[in-house]
Structures are given as C-alpha cells and as structure tokens.
Design a protein around this ligand. Structure first.
Ligand code: ADP
Length: 166
C-alpha cells in the first residue's frame, strides 16, 4: 500500500479557522493531505478559485505534507486520479450531518472504492461558517478570531471595494 493520502474538499469561500483546524488535525494523522478547492461554474463565489488557492497556500505553507489544488469536476474523480481512498469532511451541528450524509451516499454511488470520513469540529469553531463570516465582515464586525490573518486582510479589502462601488 502506498502512502495514506486523504483529500479535504470544500468551497473555502473564504477558508476559516474551522477549516484550518480540520487541516491541522488531518495533516497530523495522514501521510499526505490534499486540499481540494471546488470550483463549480454554477456557483457564485466571493473569491475566485485562484484567490482561494492563494489564501490556503499561505495558511499551510509550513506543512511539508499538505498540497492544494483547484478542481472543476467530481471529487471522486480527483481522488481516483491521485490515488486517494479517503475524502475527509468536517461536521459541526446535526444540521450539517443531513447534507454531509447525503453527499457521502452520492459519492459512494459514484465510486464505491472511495470512503468518506467525518471529523467533528473543535467546539471553538462550532459556529463558524464562511457565509456568516462574510456577513459579519460586511457589517463591520470583528472577524480576527474567526479567520487567519491573510483571509481577514483579503476579506476586508474585498468588502471595502464592494462598498465603494455602491
Ligand atoms: P462546501 O461548500 O463544500 O460544503 P465548505 O467550504 O463550507 O464546503 O466546507 C468544507 C468542509 O469543511 C465541509 O465538510 C464543512 O462541513 C467543513 N467545515 C466548515 N466549517 C467548519 C468548521 N467551523 N469546523 C469544522 N468543519 C467545518
């Protein structure tokens, strides 16, 4: 068996301290962690795939066993392509579970050789979600405890620009 690879996919629009906690914990147990930035042409993002890539790359710069990729396709196809057998997803409240369970069933139907594993969030990050953080930033709230510094800077710059436009 080759090195135990895991992929952690998500929109990461933007990445939060909750995502970062999952990345840290996964990097400590798996030999290789591949963070996959999903870029779905049907979805509207605040940050482009390249911008999300830049933020996450900065966040994990010190980790020798972590890589970041942008993928515009099915996650199970990416897993198959790089020889990863595990998809990792983070879960917060029970409300996440509904969606995550369904997604895992879908992925299993698409490719039964790939397993989904769930990692529960640390209680410190229980309420953190990208959409909520964008809203807090929009209304001028303090997000410094919710996202890494690089993300805070990008978010404030982006929102500042948007406010000027209107
Ligand atoms: P998606 O848009 O693919 O649902 P997100 O970018 O919102 O993904 O999140 C990627 C993964 O990280 C998902 O599995 C999500 O449940 C998980 N996640 C999001 N926020 C947190 C958090 N605060 N703690 C732990 N896991 C989280």
């Amino acid at each position: 068996m080759g090195a135990m690879k895991v992929i952690y996919p998500g929109s990461f629009d933007p990445p939060t301290n909750g995502h970062f906690d999952i990345m840290n914990r996964a990097a400590a147990i798996f030999e290789e962690l591949e963070i996959v930035i999903a870029d779905n042409p049907q979805k509207k993002y605040l940050f482009s795939a390249d911008e999300r890539f830049e933020m996450i790359t900065t966040m994990v710069a010190e980790y020798p066993n972590v890589q970041v990729t942008i993928w515009r396709g099915l996650i199970v196809d990416f897993a198959e392509k790089i020889g990863a057998k595990v998809i990792l997803r983070g879960v917060r409240a029970l409300s996440d579970f509904d969606y995550e369970f369904e997604l895992s069933m879908m992925n299993r139907a698409l490719n039964p050789r790939i397993e989904t594993l769930f990692m529960p969030t640390d209680q410190k990050y229980f309420v953190l979600r990208s959409s909520g953080i964008k809203e807090v930033a929009m209304f001028g709230g303090d997000i410094s405890e919710m996202v890494p510094t690089i993300v805070e800077q990008k978010l404030l710059a982006r929102i500042g620009k948007q406010t000027q436009q209107t």
